[in-house]
Each structure stands twice: as structure tokens, then as C-alpha cells.
Ligand binder design. Structure first.
Ligand code: F6P
Length: 545
């Protein structure tokens, strides 16, 4: 990152801390205490970040001077903070029913949200009791397919998998996302069309991938009923803010569940977008997920900055990104149930924060979204951790652990947790050349020194540990809300709109222009650039070979 894009007000702290190894910082127990904070089921440990009390105070002064509380309150109250789309941002209102604090959201919004939750609850109960005919659904459903992409897929997918121990018996969940026909093909070969319920989730109901896959499954179910449209419609529900489009696609009005413009797709798990989750875990658990998120909403609204988990997480990200110049962050959950967390966070953080101008159209003065990547541990240790320990780039990590597992294989779980703790320690402490040399016994002096150099770990590599008491609907809701508010805070601190996503549009419109050239409906490709033309020609040549 160019130096001018780093935060100059933090420069003196960066310089001072460059001379202080994390080994030294970790000796200060008072510092450690400040950097470990709890909210409900979440313990956030920032003590392995390269921060001392003075740097933390500088970050605190920065956030306090930013009027963050007023910005936060404007979001909760439903002010139009997504200015490029002229929309309020009210995902917190979706879970206000679980909050201890009174919601400042507009009454009309709270009312339509509660009505939708009641509708979802009634449907979930009927499906659970085996007769949802009053909701237009065919009898004997055993498999539910959520068709959606981005925010209409990643949240429900993450939560359905994470909460597998809470699944109701007798219903299997599937997710169809990519427009790659392979996935639809495999599903159609695995499932019985007469026992499948398809939920088409699309806020806009214009998304190419979702509508194409919906059409493929509709044809498949239609073949099973020899074209009986009424019978086919009993296998479809839709979730959309564009009810008219869902109806004209063929889902009866009574089977369309609402979304609203005041909820962004990547923040929508808590709405009917979470229908497949509510069906999988039951309404009691779905409400518990909302309550867990609401607990963090209340915490975000009431805790001072130095105890406020979302604020602290955002300040650490700002520190690593803008003061230390780190370009990426690895997220490594030590929980197979959280396999989909990284891809969920990729959309939440990178679609929200990957911006380069302010809402006024001015270029930002600091770097914005880091690249978020990662996968579950311990697998990750055996793939890319070598580079994280000894590579030339420093990549901050986020470890996520669970204290109490949902199984009784204690030996496995202790091994899992010990690895998490060991990796965070090894990254921070490292191993000096002298320590490595003392271990190198074979060979002459020069061979021993060469080996020791290769077995030296620089350490001083920052990480965060997030520890959940257990992986439950409440704690998952809390964890996701924590990240949502961290994103909000970074949007605020970086002076960008975290709630639009114009950057995804250009590729979509070019794909629309290219599509006819692929299906043979466009002979003249001269409007395309030379690389696209050459690849189109190569595809055509191989197709006809
Ligand atoms: O293309 C990006 C995006 O608009 C995301 O923001 C959104 O979550 C996803 O597509 C799906 O959109 P929809 O729910 O309208 O189908």
C-alpha cells in the first residue's frame, strides 16, 4: 500500500510497536485484560494484535471523534443511510422482537416484519406437522431446495450447516446457487421431484442464475406431473421484495414471502430469506437466532467503545489495514460446522466495503476492504499455514473456536482446540534463530546454522481469537450480528456507503451482451474487445470440432 494511503495519525504508534515484539506485549497482563472482552456467548480476544494501550487509546480517540453513536442510531432508526439507493438499512429491525431495548425503527416496518415472522412460523409449524396444504404445499415433502445466490444463499447456507445438530428430523436441506448446470443436474438425479419443495429466494427476482435454476427445476417437476401447472405450483415458494415478478414467474401470491427494500441482501438472513433455515431448525430455534443477534444489537447500542465488540473489531481491522498496510485477513474457524463462514464473510465484508469513493463521489483517502479468505482448521494448517508462519507477507488471522461441541468426542475436540490455541501462540511468539540453533544437533557449524535459519519463525504475527461458548442458534446469531456491525463501523470510519454494490453491475451487463454470441444468435462480435472475441472463437471452434 502506498504510504500516503496509511493513517498518518497512527504512524507514531506503528513506529513504536515495530520495535516491540508480540512476545513482549503479551507479558503485560493489564493490556491483555483490556483486549479481552465478552458479550453474551462471545469472548473476543484481541491480545495478540500488535497494539499497546497507547495505540488502542489513539484508535479509541479516533472513533469517539467520529460521531459513531449518532451514525449507529441513524441506522437503527431507519434513516436513509444507503444514499445511492435512497434506502433505509433496517436489518436490525428484523430481530427487534428479541431485543431488551426498545427499537427506534419505524412502527410500520416493525409491524410488517412481525406479520411476516408470524406467517413463517405458521408455515414452519404446518410443514413440521406434515400437512402444509393450507399454505399451498404438496404433501410428503422430504427435501427443500433453496435457490438463490449471494445474500439469498450465503446466510441460509451458513446457518443451515452450522446448526445441523438442531435440525428437525425428516427434512433435508439443499442449496442450488451457481448457474453451472452441473449442480442442478446432480440435484435432479438425487431427489424425487414429487417430494421436493423449492424456495426461490431473490430480493430483485431478476437474478440470472436464480431464475435459470428455478426454470430448470420447474421443468423437472413439471415432467413428473405431465405438465399439470397447478400441481407444479405446489412445489414452489418464493421470497422476494418484487412480489409481482415472483407471481408472474409462476409462484402463487399466497406462496410469496416478503422482503423489503430496507434490508440489504447480505444482511437478510433474519427475514423470510432465512425460510429454509426456519424449516430446517424450527421456529423456536429461528427465534433464538434472532434473539442472539438482538443481544449484540443491544450491546452495540449501549456499550462504550472500549468494551464494544463490533467497535473493537472494526478498530483492529482499521489498524491492520490502514496503519499496518495489511492487504488481507484469513478467517479460520476451528469448527467444521462453520465451513461456510468464510464465504459468507467474503460477501458481507468485501461487497460492503470494497469501495473507492465516498457517497459524495470523492476518492477515499485510505485503503478500504481487505481481501477476506480462509477455511476450517485444522485442515488449513496442512495447506497454507506454512506461508502464514514463515512467508514474507504478514497476514492477520481470525481464529474462531467453540468451547462446548455438539458431540461427545472429547478427545477430538480437545485436539481441535489445542491446535487453535497453539497456532495463535506460534504466530505471535515465533521461534528465534538461537532457539532453532540449539535444537539443530547434526552437521557442522555452517550446516547447523543453515538449518536453524530455515527453522526460525519470526513470530510477531497478529491474530484475533473469537471463542463461542457453544454453537447454538443464539451464539450463531450473535456472531453474525457482530460481523454485521463491524462492517457498519468500518463503512462509517472509512466514509463509504457499506450498503450498495454497484461494483457487481458491469460484469452482469457485459454477460448479457455476450450470451447471444455463445448460443449462436449473434454473428457479429465486432463490438467486443479482442480478447473476448478470440475466446469466443476458440469456444466455437472446439464446440463444433
Ligand atoms: O450481484 C450481487 C447481488 O446483487 C448481491 O448483492 C445479492 O445478494 C445477490 O446479487 C442476489 O440478489 P437477489 O437476491 O436479488 O437475487
Amino acid at each position: 500500500m502506498s504510504p500516503e494511503r496509511r493513517s498518518s495519525f497512527l504512524a507514531e504508534h506503528v513506529d513504536r510497536l515495530a520495535r516491540t515484539h508480540l512476545r513482549e506485549l503479551l507479558k503485560d497482563t493489564a493490556r491483555g485484560k483490556r483486549l479481552r472482552q465478552r458479550a453474551g456467548p462471545i469472548l473476543l480476544d484481541l491480545s495478540r494484535q500488535k497494539l499497546d494501550e497507547a495505540a488502542l487509546e489513539a484508535l479509541g480517540a479516533h472513533v469517539e471523534a467520529s460521531a459513531w453513536q449518532a451514525a449507529r442510531d441513524a441506522m437503527f432508526a431507519g434513516e436513509v443511510i444507503n444514499t445511492s439507493e435512497q434506502r433505509a438499512v433496517l436489518h436490525t429491525a428484523l430481530r427487534a422482537s428479541g431485543s431488551q431495548l426498545a427499537s427506534p425503527a419505524p412502527r410500520e416496518a416493525l409491524d410488517v416484519i412481525e406479520q411476516a415472522l408470524q406467517r413463517i412460523g405458521a408455515l414452519v409449524q404446518a410443514v413440521g406437522q406434515g400437512d402444509a396444504s393450507d399454505f399451498g404445499i404438496a404433501p410428503g415433502i422430504t427435501d427443500i431446495v433453496n435457490i438463490g445466490i449471494g445474500g439469498s444463499d450465503l446466510g441460509p447456507r451458513l446457518a443451515v450447516r452450522a446448526l445441523a445438530p438442531f435440525h428437525v428430523p425428516g427434512l433435508r436441506s439443499h442449496f442450488l446457487t451457481n448457474v453451472d448446470g452441473q449442480s442442478a443436474y446432480e440435484l435432479m438425479h438425487a431427489l424425487d421431484p414429487k417430494r421436493t419443495l423449492v424456495i426461490i429466494v431473490s430480493k430483485t427476482f431478476t437474478t440470472q442464475e436464480t431464475l435459470l435454476n428455478g426454470g430448470v427445476l420447474r421443468d423437472w417437476i413439471s415432467r413428473a406431473y405431465e405438465g399439470d401447472a397447478k400441481a407444479v405450483s405446489r412445489h414452489f415458494l418464493a421470497v422476494s421484495a418484487n412480489v409481482a415478478a415472483a407471481e408472474s414467474w409462476g409462484v402463487p401470491a399466497a406462496q410469496v414471502y416478503p422482503m423489503w427494500d430496507f434490508v440489504g441482501g447480505r444482511f437478510s438472513l433474519w427475514s423470510a430469506v432465512g425460510l429454509s433455515l426456519a424449516l430446517a431448525i424450527g421456529m423456536y430455534n429461528f427465534r433464538a437466532l434472532l434473539a442472539g443477534a438482538a443481544h449484540i444489537d443491544d450491546h452495540f447500542r449501549s456499550a462504550p467503545w472500549h468494551e464494544n465488540l463490533p467497535v473493537l473489531l472494526s478498530l483492529v481491522e482499521l489498524w491492520n489495514r490502514n496503519a499496518q498496510g495489511r492487504g488481507s485477513r484469513a478467517v479460520v474457524p476451528y469448527a467444521d460446522l462453520l465451513t461456510d463462514l468464510t464465504s459468507y464473510l467474503q460477501q458481507l465484508e468485501m461487497e460492503s466495503l470494497g469501495k473507492q469513493v465516498s457517497p459524495q463521489g470523492q476518492p477515499v483517502t485510505q485503503a478500504t476492504s481487505a481481501v477476506v479468505w480462509g477455511s476450517v482448521g485444522t485442515n488449513a494448517q496442512h495447506a497454507y499455514f506454512q506461508a502464514l508462519h514463515q512467508g514474507t507477507d504478514v497476514v492477520p488471522l481470525e481464529f474462531i473456536g467453540v468451547v462446548k461441541p455438539a458431540h461427545d468426542l472429547r478427545g477430538n475436540h480437545d485436539a481441535l482446540l489445542s491446535n487453535l490455541l497453539a497456532q495463535a501462540a506460534a504466530l505471535a511468539l515465533g521461534k528465534t534463530f538461537d532457539e532453532a540453533l540449539a535444537e539443530a544437533r547434526d552437521g557442522d557449524e555452517s550446516a547447523r546454522r543453515a538449518l536453524a535459519a530455515q527453522r526460525t519463525f519470526p513470530g510477531d504475527r497478529p491474530s484475533t481469537v473469537i471463542m463461542l461458548d457453544a454453537l447454538t442458534p443464539e451464539s450463531l446469531g450473535a456472531l453474525i450480528a457482530l460481523y454485521e456491525h463491524k462492517v457498519f463501523m468500518l463503512g462509517h470510519l472509512w466514509g463509504i456507503n457499506a450498503f450498495d454494490q454497484w461494483g457487481v453491475e458491469l460484469g452482469k451487463s457485459i454477460a448479457r451482451q455476450i450470451l447471444p454470441a455463445l448460443d449462436g444468435g449473434l454473428e457479429d462480435t465486432s463490438a467486443f474487445d479482442s480478447a473476448t472475441r478470440a475466446l469466443l472463437e476458440a469456444i466455437h471452434a472446439r464446440r463444433t470440432a
